[in-house]
Design a protein around this ligand. Sequence first.
Ligand code: TXA
Ligand code: MG
Length: 321
Amino acid sequence: MAEIGTDILKAKALLENGELVGIPTETVYGLAGNALNVSSVAKIFQVKDRPFFDPLIIHVAGIGAIGAYVEKIPPLAAKLAHAFWPGPLTLVLPRKQIIPDLVTSGIDTVGIRCPAHSLTQQLLKELSFPLAAPSANPFGYISPTKASHVNDQLGEKIQYILDGGECIVGIESTIVGFENGLPQILRMGGLSVEDIESVAGKTKIQLHSTSNPKAPGQLQSHYSPKKKLVLGDLKKLVKTYGPNDVGVLAFNKWRNEIEPGHQRILSPTGDVIIAAQNLFSYLRELDQLNVAIIVAEEVPDVGLGRAINDRLRRASAEIDR
Ligand code: TXA
Ligand code: MG
């Protein structure tokens, strides 16, 4: 198992030595390595069992740091960064050659974000390189929102996890790319479409779900528990599968016919921000219950609700595993 602690200097030393460290961010925990060191980057793919065609995003302390890594910053990208960084927004921009091909899977853009978490901010300020960091879960599984989640799955493969408590946003960053200077949302996430449009104006949503996606987090099946997850009307689903065989992920209401331990309520007050915070941890808990199937319902399709529903749909997609 990995050591879990808050020692930034220890994390720094490991990273400088080419090792990987679990890091907290406001969205989800990341599996971080030196983005400019090809062998560290290769370790990230290995530890996550991630296909090389899926590019990594890099993390920097602030907007001042990005000039070294990107060729050009469209005016609307700068505007978005000024409005929302540090925060749950990843910008996809033309990369400079200093970023290894392995980071970007050979494509000519790089995803960059500036995370809003004090520990990771301090760490990034101590380092002379950006951190490549995908979510710290095995490829395709639910992202971690606590240090213990990282330890449960990757603890055998890394030495240290920086413990920043529970992630306050709870779902991954929103990814925005640019075409002819105009923003396009490539992954819905912790920054709502409404927030982005309040700064950038009407923004196209371009979620890819093909086998060669622009953002492979958009693979049709992703963010999945090990158990089968079925999305729909809870009352009907409980009837179909039987009250004793299901774990229930509900938006705001308990169900009388299901034992309480087999239910998780994303937000009893019906708040999508709270629902996002709880989503991944509840999915993990349900995945560990002694039930055959997880049944879930969509949440209201507003604000972060859209990103939650996107994750639930992908989690419910059938896959070959
Ligand atoms: O909130 C987050 O973004 C977390 C924390 C740790 O920062 N990171 C994260 O990384 O979610 P990851 O690798 O799990 O998801 C990043 C997504 C992937 O789906 C990848 O395909 C996409 O970003 N991506 C990376 N570089 C890209 C690029 N140049 N163009 C389009 N999509 C890109
Ligand atoms: Mg991920």
